[in-house]
Design a protein around this ligand. Structure first.
Ligand SMILES: Nc1nc2c(ncn2[C@@H]2O[C@H](COP(=O)(O)OP(=O)(O)OP(=O)(O)O)[C@@H](O)[C@H]2O)c(=O)[nH]1
Ligand SMILES: [Mg+2]
Length: 391
């Protein structure tokens, strides 16, 4: 099954009782969300992984009603914002009620450059729906699809519209680092923090991509690197190492092999490597009275050598003094106001889709706050960064 971070995130927005949950169930063909005529039935975003015809791996997100007055206004807004942060495609349901809040949502999507599909829901019930559909279309200056989640009317057209909005351009993890025919050596320690019985996501994804690109991936643990290199008739064009093994790998690297790390490739693939390497330069201005935010995507139980909560704060305090103020947030607790911080350090976000990481980067950029990520800052603090290929 594709990881959720690689799936297109499709979110459904509309008023209470506009049929959002019914539509989710219709699109997934499953009983994912509770449907009822009680307003405010859906109180939290619900997401479901599915395969959509013609589009492939997707996640459908059901949301609480935009006009849900059982929720406090602020709470409602933050929930919607959190969903928009990761939305690749937004489906907005209009009915025969007012259109003000739906229009505000569309405006927010426009600012965030999220593609939208506007629909007139309940087409089976609204007597004069072709007239209303035309009026709405003029008002919004865009096509409006008439649908009924209840009868299935217009759902095929909706699916086609989703597929048409799906970006066809495929991003590559190793773009510009190697080409078809290259031998690529992957150095991957499998210590006790590695999951039992499988490889971690970045390793799996990289190997798969190298196979797809016609490269020859060769894998070893750091202690087997000498023997692995000796078994090759020519040195690998590219070596990708886990940052932990960097020094060991750097020492043994054949001169003509290009060296990079999984963290660097994923910082580039998931985020904005230029901004991240720019952000890390802020370290020159950090001092004991600075304030740093460490943002983690997961809310997992911290392990012994947890990077965000232990390793990184230790390294930073060692360098900038014990008084350095470091706040750590997890999961969806990413502050709206980042201005109290001199630097934001985000985790690798393996659980987030690219849109989600870019939304967070954009917030920092708009507020003029420097941002980087774990891989890049660790590479900078341990002196790796100047010795690897980053772009
Ligand atoms: N006639 C008609 N009724 C619909 C349609 N879609 C949903 N309904 C009905 O409208 C009511 C509300 O549907 P839901 O899917 O729960 O609506 P919702 O938008 O998820 O509502 P909240 O979770 O409260 O925000 C249910 O009784 C549905 O059966 C439709 O296309 N046509
Ligand atoms: Mg609902």
């Amino acid at each position: 099954m594709s990881p959720s971070s690689e799936r297109v995130h499709i979110a459904i927005f509309g008023r209470c009782n506009s049929g959002k949950s019914t539509l989710v169930n219709r699109l997934t063909g499953q009983d994912v969300s509770i449907v009822s005529d009680i307003r405010g039935t859906t109180t939290d975003p619900v997401q479901k992984a599915m395969e959509l015809n013609g589009l492939g791996a997707a996640i459908i997100i059901d949301t609480p009603g935009l006009d849900d007055d059982t929720l406090l206004g602020y709470e409602r807004m933050t929930r919607t914002t959190k969903v928009l942060d990761k939305t690749d495609i937004a489906i907005v349901l209009f009915t025969d009620e007012d259109t003000d809040i739906e229009q505000r949502l569309i405006e927010e999507c426009r600012v965030r450059e999220i593609p939208i599909i506007a629909t007139l829901a309940h087409a089976d019930r609204i007597a004069n729906y072709p007239t209303l559909q035309a009026t709405l279309s003029t008002l919004l200056e865009r096509e409006v699809l008439a649908i009924s989640a209840l009868t299935g009317e217009g759902i095929d057209e909706l699916t086609k519209a989703i597929v048409a909005l799906h970006p066809t351009e495929e991003r590559l993890i190793t773009e510009g680092f190697c080409q078809a025919g290259d031998h690529v050596l992957l150095v991957m320690p499998q210590d006790k923090s590695a999951p039992k019985g499988r490889l971690i996501q970045p390793q799996i994804q990289t190997i798969r991509e190298l196979l797809d690109r016609g490269c020859t991936p060769i894998c070893c643990t750091p202690d087997r690197m000498t023997q692995t290199l000796a078994a090759l008739t020519t040195p690998p064009a590219l070596i990708i190492t886990d940052s932990q093994a960097f020094e060991e790998v750097y020492r043994q690297k054949p001169n003509i092999s290009v060296l990079t790390s999984f963290s660097i490739l994923f910082a580039r693939y998931k985020g904005d490597i230029t901004l991240f390497t720019e952000g890390v330069k802020t370290l020159e201005r950090i001092n004991a009275s600075s304030r740093i935010l460490i943002a983690e995507a997961c809310t997992h139980i911290p392990q012994n050598e947890d990077i965000g909560r232990v390793k990184l704060p230790r390294l930073l305090r060692k360098r900038f003094g014990e008084a350095l103020q470091i706040d750590v947030v997890g999961g969806s607790d990413y502050p709206t106001d980042l201005t109290p911080y001199d630097l934001v350090i985000h985790c690798g976000a393996c659980m987030f889709n690219r849109k989600h990481v870019l939304s967070r980067i954009e917030r920092a950029r708009q507020q003029g706050v420097a941002i980087t990520n774990y891989g890049i800052i660790l590479a900078a603090l341990t002196g790796i960064l100047p010795r690897v290929k980053t772009h």
